[in-house]
Design a protein around this ligand. Structure first.
Ligand code: NDP
Length: 275
């Protein structure tokens, strides 16, 4: 069975997903092709429909189309509905489109498997309340932290997110929202899900959020260490970028499409070394 897949975005030339999926296919002996697909900003739906008509098996979706992908899908998985965003589309043979979100599972997989941090009973701080943060909430809570606090520059957005998820999750009391200036550390794990690093900015997190050995994970990858990673390191934290999350979310998508879950450790190591 040979099938075609792609990652849809705009811009898309920088995407590492084709390299990651090619490595997965080689490792698992799967016969598949995975390409970059540049969708015009005003033609995401038409681009997806053309891929379905051309017999593609599915697609990953990246910036700026994750919300549009959620609107376009005929059916959303529970985690995609909770995130309100889709990063993986599955085109089934009857022409239906399923939307899933593997970003949060990728984040938790990277923290637990690759960084070796068990989240159970831990204090976790999530910075940001945008798409990436929303997708992380349900998978993070499933890993049983004692507390998950969401801090956002616009506090009302974090409050609304916590209200929505608390109601959805049978009044889960582990979720809280706060302003950056009210962060009461130290935390065991601090995740930067703001887009500040993309602009080479430091989110206004206090140094007291960290202690020696805190895992400080910036979802950004590429141009690292980010200012967040450097700042966290200066306060004793172990810094980590978002490359592991990227590889793990890709492995989750590969599993959905191909029914096989690749071993990610060696592939992540190769990407880190740029080979
Ligand atoms: P969004 O645009 O949806 O959200 C941006 C968030 O960042 C908002 O909460 C915003 O706060 C906050 N923010 C922006 N600038 C600052 C700043 N200077 N200081 C403090 N907060 C700020 O972005 P995404 O959620 O899509 O992406 C967030 C990050 O996650 C990006 O770096 C992206 O590259 C990364 N990512 C990585 C993935 C991976 O596989 N490794 C997958 C997905 C995303 P406000 O509400 O106040 O505007």
């Amino acid at each position: 069975m040979s099938e075609r897949y792609c990652v849809i975005g705009n811009p898309i030339a920088h995407s590492k997903s084709p390299d990651i999926h090619a490595a997965f296919a080689l490792q698992t002996g799967q016969d598949m092709l995975y390409e970059r697909c540049l969708a015009p900003l005003d033609a995401f739906d038409a681009t997806v429909r053309a891929l379905v008509a051309a017999g593609y098996g599915g697609a990953n979706v990246t910036v700026p189309f994750k919300l549009q992908a959620a609107d376009l899908a005929d059916r959303l998985t529970e985690r995609a509905r909770a995130a309100g965003a889709v990063n993986t589309l599955i085109f089934n043979s009857s022409g239906g489109i399923i939307g899933d979100n593997t970003d949060g599972a990728g984040l938790v997989g990277d923290i637990t498997r690759n960084a070796g941090v068990d989240l159970e009973g831990k204090r976790v701080l999530l910075l940001g309340a945008g798409g990436a943060a929303r997708g992380a909430i349900v998978p993070l809570l499933a890993a049983l932290p004692a507390e998950l606090t969401i801090a956002n520059r616009t506090v009302a957005t974090a409050d609304a997110l916590v209200d929505r998820f608390t109601a959805q999750l049978a009044q889960d009391q582990r979720l809280a929202a706060c302003a950056f200036e009210n962060i009461a550390g130290p935390y065991d794990v601090v995740i930067n899900a703001t887009s500040a690093s993309l602009a080479d900015d430091l989110p206004p997190v206090p140094g007291s959020a960290f202690r020696a050995g805190t895992l400080a994970l910036d979802m950004m990858y590429g141009k690292v260490p980010s200012r967040f990673m450097v700042f966290a390191g200066e306060h004793g934290a172990l810094e980590r970028d978002g490359l592991g999350m990227l590889v793990e979310q890709a492995a989750e998508a590969f599993l959905l499409w191909r029914g096989a879950r690749p071993e990610t450790a060696a592939i992540l190591e190769r990407l880190r070394q740029g080979v």
